[in-house]
Write a protein that binds this ligand. Structure first.
Ligand code: ATP
Ligand code: MG
Length: 236
């Protein structure tokens, strides 16, 4: 059961939004997802509270540096993917979460301050590899990207990452009202009303592409019952 952490020491980079999009999409595919909420604003836990039961999703709130390894240990047998939502800060929790991860995703908006917060995570990953021999897969996901225009700031960030040979996901997370509304409405992109949310089809497509890319990078194992049902469906 892979552990995926979203990290950027700069606040507001789009970590929590990306966590929710990935978690709900993986859950829709049949994976059992445990979200470890270490964000002091508890957005995921609040979303879970207003959503009621969401198939295949569990949320653990008030995750700390001390409790994180225990949560993973205790839930490893009922979870196909762990996703960690970190605060936008440089603290011991960041190093612990990164150290426990199979893959670290670094959400970066096309702006210099965000890129600096992302660079601090990249420095930590480099430090772990050089000093402790711990090599953790990681990639940047560009967030809140304008669907119509490529801004100059975004081009600069892309060029900088390319120069440093940092992997960047092909799928950027586009700025969409659906990605904000989901925190107010609860539920998922697939329980929202297309008549009331603009470009919901595009938002769903974006979330699916994003999750597909991550599933390829960090494959999970579907529960046996889901694999059986899929096999029967494709044979029919
Ligand atoms: N793709 C998007 N489309 C529209 N709004 C977005 C998108 N991504 C993030 N936002 C909005 O930007 C703000 C910050 O996003 P988010 O809370 O996901 O960032 P964060 O990195 O988790 O922040 P923090 O470091 O404070 O935990 C929120 O108001 C969120 O609704
Ligand atoms: Mg957050």
């Amino acid at each position: 059961m892979p552990v995926i952490t979203f990290a950027n020491t700069k606040g507001g980079a789009g970590k929590t939004t990306a966590v929710l999009l990935l978690a709900t999409e993986l859950a829709r595919q049949g994976y059992r997802v445990t979200i470890l909420d270490a964000d002091p604003q508890h957005w995921i836990s609040r979303w879970h509270e207003i959503s009621g039961h969401v198939e295949n999703i569990s949320v653990i709130d008030f995750v700390t540096t001390a409790s994180l390894p225990q949560h993973i240990g205790e839930n490893r047998h009922n979870t196909d993917y762990f996703i960690i939502d970190l605060p936008g800060a440089r603290n011991p929790l960041l190093a612990t979460a990164v150290g426990l991860s199979d893959h670290v995703l670094i959400p970066i908006q096309g702006c210099a301050m965000d890129a600096r917060g992302g660079a601090q995570v990249l420095e930590l990953l480099q430090y772990l590899e050089e000093k402790a021999g711990i090599k953790i897969g990681h990639s940047v996901v560009l967030t809140r990207v304008n669907s119509m225009v490529t801004t100059r700031a975004l081009q600069i960030v892309k060029a900088l990452l390319n120069e440093r040979h940092v992997a960047v996901l092909d799928t950027a997370i586009i700025e969409r009202s659906a990605f904000r509304d989901i925190f107010d409405c609860g539920g998922t992109l697939h329980t929202m009303d297309p008549m009331r949310v603009s470009n919901l089809d595009k938002a769903r497509e974006n979330a699916l592409r994003f999750a597909e890319e991550i599933m390829l990078k960090v494959p999970g194992r579907l529960p046996v019952a889901v694999r059986l049902a899929n096999a029967i469906r494709s044979a029919a």
